[in-house]
Design a protein around this ligand. Structure first.
Ligand code: AMP
Length: 281
């Protein structure tokens, strides 16, 4: 497996593979990899001849008061995980490789990005769409793999690929969790021991919502209320949002008639965690 830092190195390697008629899978990440990322890389390795993983903490998708500086980084450890999972190339660029000092072209979206995480993170999805477009142009993969953990991001990327005609298949992969239910996340490393226990309130509260749906409840407000009431029993938690949305348009639902995304964002102490499940009618 190769670790490279420049766009030209990625391009020449991928060109070589394409010349040989090999298919290329791509897994974009911000690094500090865990079993969630690993599952994406393993799936990409199963479904493609070669796999590229990008490790890039993209400054453009962080707001001015967010955790860009403190975001955990460990490229050596990441490379070990990539290699074990079946990656062939890791692309770890410096921000200056990705953004010229006078960079001024963006990929942006309306609607889908105005709700859920987009509401509390106003510049986030413009940064995500821009960097993912750039990475798609650099890597030119056949398939790209994204986690359902970031359900809104997956919906946004699918829409962008459709709207801008990227010739890339987007593959959504299931959420990987710790044994006790907490969704794996690089940001879990921010949690103190006490906060780590408190963070279980996210998956537990979602389970209560899911059970109500499975028992036939179709009033979205009641589902929201069940989840909010449960989260509020945890003193270290503060709700950012609890939403029941159409799985594809992300529009807020009143009565559940189609497949829905039940998504939450909750602060545990200072750490903002997200989790979700989808429910198919
Ligand atoms: P990140 O490094 O947080 O930007 O995540 C890179 C990719 O890994 C995204 O497509 C995420 O949705 C995905 N991912 C992160 N955590 C998980 C998880 N627990 N299960 C599945 N996919 C995940």
């Amino acid at each position: 497996m190769n670790l490279v830092h420049t766009i030209s190195e990625v391009r020449s390697q991928v060109k070589e593979w394409k010349k040989q008629g090999l298919t290329v899978g791509f897994v974009p990440t911000m690094g500090y990899l865990h079993e969630g990322h690993q599952s994406l890389i393993e799936r990409a390795a199963k479904e493609n001849d070669r796999v590229v993983v990008s490790v890039f903490v993209n400054p453009m998708q962080f707001g001015p008061t967010e955790d860009l500086a403190s975001y955990p980084r460990d490229i050596e450890r990441d490379c070990g995980i990539c290699e074990k999972a079946g990656a062939n190339l890791v692309f770890n660029p410096e921000p200056s490789e990705m953004y010229a000092p006078d960079f001024c072209t963006f990929a942006d979206m309306t609607g889908l990005t105005d709700v859920l995480c987009g509401k509390s993170r106003p510049v986030h999805f413009r940064g995500v769409c821009t960097v993912v477009s750039k990475l798609f142009n650099i890597v030119a993969p056949d398939r790209a793999y994204f986690g359902e953990k970031d359900a809104q991001q997956l919906a946004v990327i699918r829409r962008m690929v459709r709207d801008l005609n990227f010739d890339i298949e987007i593959v959504g992969c299931p959420i990987i969790r710790e044994d006790d239910g907490l969704a794996k996340s690089s940001r879990n490393t921010y949690l103190s021991e006490q906060e780590r226990k408190a963070a279980l309130i996210l998956s537990r509260s979602l389970e209560l919502g899911k059970t109500a749906l499975q028992n036939g409840e179709r009033d979205a407000e009641k589902i929201r209320q069940i989840i909010c009431d449960s989260i509020n029993t945890e003193p270290l938690s503060r709700i950012d949002y609890v939403e029941v949305s159409d799985l594809f348009t992300l529009e807020r639902q009143d009565t559940i008639k189609s497949d829905v995304l039940v998504a939450i964002a909750v602060y545990i102490g200072k750490t903002r965690l997200i989790d979700n499940f989808t429910f198919n009618i």
